[in-house]
Design a protein around this ligand. Sequence first.
Ligand SMILES: Nc1ncnc2c1ncn2[C@@H]1O[C@H](COP(=O)(O)OP(=O)(O)O)[C@@H](O)[C@H]1O
Ligand SMILES: [Mg+2]
Length: 326
Amino acid sequence: MSKLVLKNIGKSYGNFDAVKDFSLELASGEFVSLLGPSGCGKTTTLRMIAGFMPPTTGTIEVDGRVISSPAGVVPPEKRGMSMIFQSYAIWPNMTVGQNVGFGLEIRKLPRAEIERRVDRILEVVQLGALKGRYPAELSGGQQQRVALARAIVVEPEVLLLDEPLSNLDANLREEMRFEIRRLHDEFKITTVYVTHDQSEAMVTSDRIVVMNKGRIEQVDPPHTLYGKPKSRFVAGFIGRTNFVERDGGTWSIRPQAIGLSAARPTANAVEADIVGRSYLGEYWDYLAKPLGETKPLRVSTGPNALFEVGQRVWLEIDPAAMVRVA
Ligand SMILES: Nc1ncnc2c1ncn2[C@@H]1O[C@H](COP(=O)(O)OP(=O)(O)O)[C@@H](O)[C@H]1O
Ligand SMILES: [Mg+2]
């Protein structure tokens, strides 16, 4: 049986549909991201799962039990869920250990059991040595780990995270993605993770729900979304791509699926002019305009493939890498 089931969930503000006809089932222990641009309804969906507001339409079930419907909601504190917000406030006047143990104190667990569980989770998030410190004495990443430890230590049925890394700088954000996935592999808590960052969703998730204007565009594992996007919106949102019109349809071709060479490689290659380039260290990002066309294609090559702007080149497109999008 599915752990968490959303059936035709909708949320309207007046006649504006913030979320519409949203259906999703999470297996027990699954990690699913809600991914989409700002304003597409991610936070609204998560807040409905958490029980902060009733849906306008539809139902939410945990283990087959209805916990949300337009008729009413089981309140957040009775759902067995932990939620981490963008501003993951941890209590400044409590030590790391007290912050993490607080949820267990409320549940009135025996002292020794609390100590055991707090110590274990602090080891896992590599904060064992900092148990007695106060938040002001921690870095941003360490504070984020405290917030994660505090949410996980109570062993929630479902863990909800709303853009939990957006206050961290780029390097730390990248490191914490792996940390979040590692914690998931360790504790296997059913998780819904909200983000507008496609790399974050791809690193952490078993499946990604791509949202656009309150609706689901596609639900798939990361490699399927990237390789077989169903719509132009998904192809453009997950990674960089080129759109070309051919045979009355729109096709998506990834920049790295196009070969670039100075000499003609095969009979199928087409001639193009290099009209722009950027060096990104790990790769080159070229703009190559096929002869007779107006729109250049983006082409990614290895860092050692050198072409000058204005140079005539040959493009080779792998037909198997072309995906038809609606
Ligand atoms: N209380 C509200 N009243 C009216 N509109 C709202 C309210 N809360 C959110 N919205 C609108 O609903 C849409 C979805 O918001 P939200 O779920 O916060 O998006 P996201 O988290 O994907 O950025 C946005 O257009 C937002 O302006
Ligand atoms: Mg949001």
